[in-house]
Design a protein around this ligand. Sequence first.
Ligand SMILES: Nc1ncnc2c1ncn2[C@@H]1O[C@H](COP(=O)(O)OP(=O)(O)OP(=O)(O)O)[C@@H](O)[C@H]1O
Length: 267
Amino acid sequence: MEDNKMTDSNKSAYVSMKKVGHKFDPRPEAPMVVQDIDLDIHRHEFVAVVGPSGCGKSTLLRMVAGLLIPSHGEVSVFNRPVTEPRDDVGIVFQKANLLPWLTVRKNVLFPLKHKYGSYSPSDEKRANELLEMAGLTQFADKMPDELSGGMQQRVGIVRALLLNPDILLMDEPFSALDALTREQIGFDLLDIWKKNPKTVLFITHSISEAVLLSDRILVMSKRPGTVLDLIEVDLPRPRSSQTINSPRFAELTDLIRGYIYEPNVPA
Ligand SMILES: Nc1ncnc2c1ncn2[C@@H]1O[C@H](COP(=O)(O)OP(=O)(O)OP(=O)(O)O)[C@@H](O)[C@H]1O
């Protein structure tokens, strides 16, 4: 996408939410699940969403994905209201859900085959490049059950990237992993993102994961989920284990913890 898209902050937003709200039950007395969410996400920005369980984080992501139409307000992608899933928006879910009868490489290529009936040698080349970028080259011909959970999630990320989406939506992609794997895969994701920049909306329960990965963090209140704060993560990149040990990292995680575990008022 050309940089002239970036001249006006409004026009340049790859994803834009304006007064977005949603209730699943249309009756007037039914409670809102999310309310008054305003957020613009710009080119190659990494934005995380954190908030208490049930505050509507996944609901928000599903609205950007076009899997759910908001009952209030508007979600736009590239200045067009989202009315259905789009090819330029990829999704990575909590579980990679790889097809157990296909090798890793064939799993990665599967969406192309499913969509177009076949894939080209250049698609295969790109799949191999992305697998290499994700440190999976030696597992490309293995079956999914021969891989660890962390590797399977990396395959899921490669599979989404092969479709070359401009925007990548990630819904708690690492929440099924143990703490150590989770931290490592966070660094892996930063590495993949650096080599293959995308505009990312990342839902997580983990405050430290959000701080480690993001440029900005949307902190949501408990249900109905509203915006408590939108925090700039002013930690230098590239981020590393030193980042996690820095005083600023601790300040930012404490700030967010204050919002989530204390009453729903700005500190
Ligand atoms: N299809 C649906 N129909 C009715 N209610 C729903 C539906 N999907 C979600 N909800 C409700 O909306 C609220 C927000 O759910 P959502 O999954 O978006 O929250 P979340 O913040 O992602 O939660 P968690 O952190 O626990 O994953 C919850 O109370 C949930 O029960």
